[in-house]
Structure formats: C-alpha cells, structure tokens
Ligand binder design. Structure first.
Ligand SMILES: Cc1cc2nc3c(=O)[nH]c(=O)nc-3n(C[C@H](O)[C@H](O)[C@H](O)COP(=O)(O)O)c2cc1C
Ligand SMILES: Nc1ncnc2c1ncn2[C@@H]1O[C@H](COP(=O)(O)OP(=O)(O)OP(=O)(O)O)[C@@H](O)[C@H]1O
Length: 292
C-alpha cells in the first residue's frame, strides 16, 4: 500500500492518478462499521477494475477545530490504521493534514479539489459522513454534486443490538472498563502497543511483573484489573494488567513465566484487552512495583 500525505497549502498539482474508488472518513479503530465501508469500496473497485483508495484525515477534526482545547482520546495511531488498511487490500492511502485552512473549504471546493482532483471516480462513505466548512456537506448532497463527475455509494448503518457501532461507543466502553464488549465492535479484542521499562521476577513465583509505558495515541481502559493476552515477538502469553488510577499511559502486567526469554527493558509489547476482572488476583503482587 502506498501512503501519500497531503497538506492543503501545498496543493494537488502533481497528482495524475489512474481512476480510483475511495472510501472516506477518519476511521479511528477501523471497527466493523468502518470495515463495511472499506469492503464495499473494495468490491466496487474490483468490479470496475480500479485501484482502491482510502481518504482520511489527521489529526482529528475535533482537536483542530477546538484549537486543542478538546482532547481526543484516540483508539490507535495512524501506523496501526495503516496496517489494517493494508490488510484489507487498500492500494493507496491519502492522509490529508486536517488544519484550519483545509477545514474552511466549502463542500464544493472539497469535491472539486480532492475528489475530482485525485481522479476519484467512485466515492464510498457511511450514511453519516460529513465534509466541508462546518461539516455542511452530507452524502445526499455528494450524490447531487457528483452527477456527471463520479458515482457515490452510501453505506447503511452497521449496528449491534440497535446501537450504531462507532469509535465513540468503543471509547465509552474503554472508559467504563467494559473491554469484553469491544470485540463485538472491532471483530477482535482492543489492542494497545507499549514498551517495557522495568521488570521484577521472583524465582518462586510462576509469573513475571513488568511496568509498561503505552505508546501515544492509544487509550487505556478505566483503572482496574484486566485479563490480557501479551504479545512479544508474535508469541502470546496469558496475563493480568493493572491500570493505576493516577498514572497516564502506564500500566503493570503480570504474565506467565514462559515469557522470561523474551521480556526485557525497552522491548515492545502488545496487549490484547480481554475482560475486566476482580483485582484480588494481582493486587498483593503489584503493590511493590513503582510505576514511575
Ligand atoms: C474539507 C473539509 C472541511 C471540514 N470543515 C469542518 C468544519 O468547518 N467544522 C466541522 O465541525 N467539521 C469539519 N469537517 C469535518 C467533517 O465534518 C467530518 O468530521 C470529517 O470529514 C470526518 O468524517 P467522519 O467523522 O464521518 O469520518 C470538514 C471536513 C472536510 C473534508
Ligand atoms: N456503524 C457504521 N455503519 C456504517 N458506516 C459507518 C459506521 N461508522 C462509521 N461509518 C462511516 O465510516 C467512515 C468513518 O467514520 P468515522 O470515522 O466518523 O466513524 P465513527 O465511528 O462514526 O466515529 P465517531 O464515533 O468518532 O463519530 C464514514 O464514512 C462514516 O460514515
């Protein structure tokens, strides 16, 4: 997958693309609703014999438009989204830098400069996608504005138990600690990537404790204890993770001793968050670990 970063001020003059089918949106978490949008675009691209593109933005519009006052708790960094897009089979990823100049484009300007400008022949987005100054453009309008220039497919709402699957819903489930429910929205458990910075192990015990720093642009669940799967060098280990109340982006894990050959300071570790558990499992073991 080719990735192209676009800054509005630099313009699109140098793009001379083959015709594209493009899925549009922010896509934080690439949940099942997002996957429905991208898979729809993929099917159309196959039928039309065109390349599949995703057109996304960074940073999040809310963060930019509030001038940093409204902090967005991202589910994942762009690098993680990229991996997921590539796995689905996206050929080109356009990441438009969302800044105040780009935000002030009218819906018509966005269509002319980006949809027509990038030679997008078919736009695919969800029923609630908005674009242009103050988010005034919607998918009905896109259909009308596209007449004679490009086709438009509107993807219907993907729901679970009568609720729209959304990045917001997943953030809410993390905030309330209900991580086990997230699998239904993502198609897999929520995953974060961090780095180990201190390790304690006792020969008498069957587990190893380690303190980890989560990488930026991941969200940690509500403070408490969780059953997790830890992954190092593609090998999975069962464990428990403690998210302390006072710490930002820090956590303590207790994992099975089989990981002893892998675990080391500065090592990258992936955590799959499985379910919230009773803290008694771990609380007596983690007290001596200083998370600072
Ligand atoms: C050209 C352009 C200009 C935008 N300007 C605004 C804006 O002025 N105010 C706003 O709230 N959102 C604005 N947005 C953000 C959209 O309303 C929407 O959040 C964004 O396209 C992501 O869509 P999604 O959340 O459905 O993925 C703009 C989007 C685009 C593409
Ligand atoms: N549940 C869904 N069903 C169908 N389309 C969806 C769904 N959720 C998002 N989309 C579409 O996917 C694209 C990306 O959407 P967006 O990033 O706004 O996701 P979101 O989950 O609604 O995010 P947020 O909760 O932050 O508003 C848009 O085209 C949007 O319309």
């Amino acid at each position: 997958m080719k990735t192209v970063t676009i800054t509005h001020d630099e313009g699109l003059r140098s793009f001379q693309n083959k015709p594209l089918v493009a899925a549009l949106g922010f896509f934080d978490g690439v949940h099942l609703g997002h996957q429905k949008v991208i898979q729809t675009a993929k099917q159309i691209a196959k039928e039309k014999g065109m390349n599949l593109a995703v057109l996304t933005f960074f940073p999040h519009p809310q963060e930019v438009l509030s001038r940093g006052k409204q902090k967005v708790h991202y589910l994942e960094p762009l690098s993680s989204k990229k991996e997921k897009f590539a796995k689905i089979g996206v050929d080109i990823l356009y990441v438009i830098r969302f800044d105040l100049n780009f935000a002030s484009l009218s819906p018509q300007q966005f269509i002319k400069e980006y949809i027509v400008g990038l030679n997008i022949q078919h736009v695919v987005a969800g029923f609630d996608f908005t674009y242009g100054y103050r988010g005034k453009g919607n998918m009905q309008r896109m259909k009308e504005d596209g007449k004679g220039h490009f086709d438009v497919t509107i993807v219907s709402k993907f729901s679970k138990v009568d609720q729209k699957v959304s990045s917001t819903l997943i953030r809410e489930k993390l905030s309330s600690g209900e991580v086990s429910e997230i699998q239904d929205y993502l198609g897999e458990p929520y995953e974060t990537v961090g780095q180990i910075y201190s390790i304690t192990s006792k020969l008498t015990k069957s587990y190893i404790n380690a303190a980890i720093n989560m990488k930026p642009f991941y969200m940690l669940p509500k403070p408490g204890f969780y059953s997790i799967k830890a992954i190092m060098d593609h090998d999975p280990y069962n464990g428990v993770c403690y998210v302390p109340v006072e710490e930002n982006k820090k956590a303590i894990i207790s994992i099975e001793k089989e990981c002893a050959m892998k675990i080391a300071p500065n090592k990258e570790i992936r955590l799959k968050w499985l379910r919230r558990i009773n803290g008694l499992y771990m609380s007596s073991n983690v007290k001596h670990l200083n998370v600072m």
